[in-house]
Design a protein around this ligand. Structure first.
Ligand SMILES: [Zn+2]
Length: 257
């Protein structure tokens, strides 16, 4: 019974991908808000503008220090929750707000895998990718979720980023011990993952590891991943995400861009 349900779900997923691809080819439609538009870009002008307004400042990408500075914005303090245990550097291209969550939902849940190239180009533009990492890996989908969805969006992203030549091709290194709950449906304070949730299936001893994921919210997933990698002997764990919900505390009147 569960197998037939999985097959049905997988068929629905493939159908969704095909339908979305066909619709966007036939009608110039914004990949995010789905409004018809004339722009040659995949996103309409309004969504592009919202996206650009949510680019994460460079100063947040390279340090876990609670106080960072950026000349254009003065000094501001990052909430202590910005720190993720075990993660040396976290960099993200966007803040997880306004149009960004919608875009990631289209990519991840609506089967718009064609957004991968677009997201990879933004991550390349707004983050600092380098060969200084010995090993690149991802927070993987649990195999059951990947089977039902038909793809692992973060794996696609990591491979697309590797094609730029700026980072090494990813290696599947982390395995889930069980499916993760849908954390985005939980309050941040309730998001907890067993520190033994992940296990490693590839040697990481003495390596500087870069872990790629779509979005960091509470940091619980990255924290558990870092724990597994460090337990296996990784020298350093860094993280790269498309978006971050971990924002600094700013004066209310301050505008970002
Ligand atoms: Zn739009």
């Amino acid at each position: 019974m569960s197998f037939s349900l999985s097959r049905c779900s997988r068929f629905e997923s493939i159908k969704k991908v095909s339908k979305r691809a066909l619709a966007t080819i036939l009608v110039p439609q914004c990949a995010c808000c789905r409004q018809a538009h004339q722009s040659p870009e995949r996103l309409c002008a309004a969504c592009l503008s919202s996206l650009r307004a949510n680019v994460c400042p460079g100063s947040m990408r390279l340090s876990n220090d609670p106080v960072v500075s950026r000349s254009n914005f003065g000094r501001y303090r990052i909430a202590n929750t910005q720190k993720i245990a075990g993660v040396t550097h976290l960099q993200s291209a966007f803040f997880y707000r306004d149009v960004v969550p919608d875009l990631l939902i289209r990519w991840k849940y609506d089967g718009m895998v064609e957004l991968t190239d677009l997201l990879a180009s933004w991550v390349t533009d707004y983050c600092q990718l380098s060969h200084s990492y010995d090993l690149v890996t991802i927070i993987p989908c649990h195999w059951r979720r990947r089977f039902n969805r038909g793809f692992d969006h973060v794996w696609l992203l990591a491979n697309t980023l590797a094609k730029t030549g700026l980072i090494e091709p990813p290696i599947r290194t982390l395995k889930h011990s069980k499916p993760l709950p849908f954390l985005h449906l939980q309050a941040a304070s309730d998001r907890h993952i067993d520190p033994n949730h992940f296990r490693t299936v590839h040697p990481v001893k003495g390596k500087r590891v870069l872990v790629i994921d779509d979005v960091v919210t509470s940091g619980a997933t990255l924290k558990a991943a870092a724990a597994a990698l460090q337990q296996a002997g990784a020298e350093e764990v860094n993280a790269l995400t498309v978006a971050t919900a971990r924002e600094p505390l700013l004066p209310a009147s301050r505008t970002w861009i």
